[in-house]
Design a protein around this ligand. Structure first.
Ligand SMILES: *Cc1c(COP(=O)(O)O)cnc(C)c1O
Length: 370
């Protein structure tokens, strides 16, 4: 082997590698289930397959600005089309925002991007790739954002703050009152991104109304995706909603033709059957409530789960639990030394997960709020 002299940028050489959820290994007599990527087990609504089959322009480039999808979204969300920017998944939309507003300044000093931690593991990768400095603010003990600590961590260098509600992987959602309070403490020139990948799954009294906030605050950007509630993760389509001072710059950093014609047609079809989409979401929410009740009965404490997943704060037992799940042909997502995130899946998968929790030899953990 010759050693190569090709070296990546320093910011890249120290990056963590994104760990995608693994499929379950099969076990004797058991159907394997993947509960490690927060995918929608019910898939897209039937109309999506028809819409995809009708796309007859595969030899052409798609709409450069996904105009048809943006027009549909504008109507659906009651916002101007100009305020919507699509991306290759909401991760693509987030990358546009980071690349636009944070990096390394002309003076060599890095901009800061603040976010809660643990949260979505793509955040450090996107932020550091842009050349910005990430500032991670630890979650409170119950898995919620520590918004006071986040406000206190804002410096003159802070360009962007990321909020994740419901928070992946711990589950709690932010309330409107909490976020309004927080925004009052954030300087006007700091962009506040609210990542709402699981927005449709929230069932709390005072959920954050991000569209109302974006109408009042020109520094708020809302991030949404078709990957979760709509069951279109394979097609990679998401978007941001923000006022013109933000969106006019985002289009410059977007990868051209980032949303394919197939993805655009599928997303439009799904939006036109929103009742069905929300019906499927409701089935998953009901399963979530069933699993949580069963776990509580077995002595487990889990943080408020407002997405299509729940969090077991297993600490040092995280890897052991994930291995025990693997033996049952369930793939779950372990964060070594911290906990395990488990997606709400098919009823059979959820039953097997409940049984695993009942019998897990490591025993129920109630350490989270202690
Ligand atoms: C799944 C997820 C996304 C969505 O990613 P896509 O790129 O739209 O598939 C964004 N944010 C969080 C917190 C997620 O969990």
């Amino acid at each position: 082997m010759t050693s190569s002299t090709i070296q990546p940028r320093e910011a890249v050489s120290s990056l963590p590698v994104y760990v995608a959820g693994k499929p379950a290994a099969s076990a004797e007599g058991l159907t394997p289930f993947k509960l490690s990527s927060n995918e929608n087990p019910l898939g897209p609504v039937p109309a999506v397959a028809g819409a995809i089959a009708e796309v007859d322009t595969l030899h052409r480039y798609p709409n450069p600005g996904a105009e048809l999808l943006r027009a549909e979204l504008a109507q659906h969300l009651q916002v101007p089309m100009e305020d919507i920017v699509t991306g290759t998944g909401s991760l693509g939309a987030l990358t546009q925002i980071i690349n636009t507003f944070a990096g390394t300044g002309a003076d060599g000093v890095q901009d800061e991007v603040l976010y809660p931690w643990r949260s979505f593991e793509a955040y450090p990768i996107v932020v550091r790739t842009a050349g910005a400095k990430d500032v991670q603010v630890p979650l409170a003990a119950d898995g919620r954002h520590d918004l006071d600590a986040m406000a206190a961590a804002i410096s003159a260098r802070t360009r962007i703050v990321l909020l994740c509600t419901p928070n992946n992987p711990t589950g709690p959602a932010l309330t409107q009152a909490e976020v309004e309070d927080f925004l009052a403490k954030v300087p006007q020139d700091v962009v506040v991104v609210v990542d709402e990948a699981y927005q449709e799954f929230m069932r709390i009294n005072d959920p954050v109304d991000t569209l109302a906030l974006y109408r009042q605050h020109p520094n708020v950007a809302v991030l949404r995706t078709f990957s979760k509630a709509h069951g279109l993760a394979a097609l990679r389509v998401g978007y941001s909603v923000a006022a013109q001072p933000i969106t006019e710059h985002l289009r410059k950093t977007a990868v051209p033709f980032g949303v394919s014609a197939v993805a655009e047609a599928a997303a439009i079809a799904s939006l036109r059957h929103m009742d069905e989409v929300l019906g499927r979401v409701e089935r998953i929410v009901e399963e979530r409530q069933r699993v949580i009740a069963a776990l509580a009965e077995a002595g487990w404490t889990v943080p408020e789960a407002q997405g299509n997943f729940l969090w077991l704060a297993l600490g040092d037992q995280a890897l052991d639990f994930a291995q025990a799940a693997g033996v049952q042909a369930l793939a779950v997502r372990a964060f070594v030394g911290e906990g395990v995130r488990v997606t709400i899946g098919e009823p059979e998968a959820n039953d097997r997960f409940i049984e695993l929790c009942r019998t897990y030899s490591g025993g129920p953990m109630t350490a989270l709020t202690e």
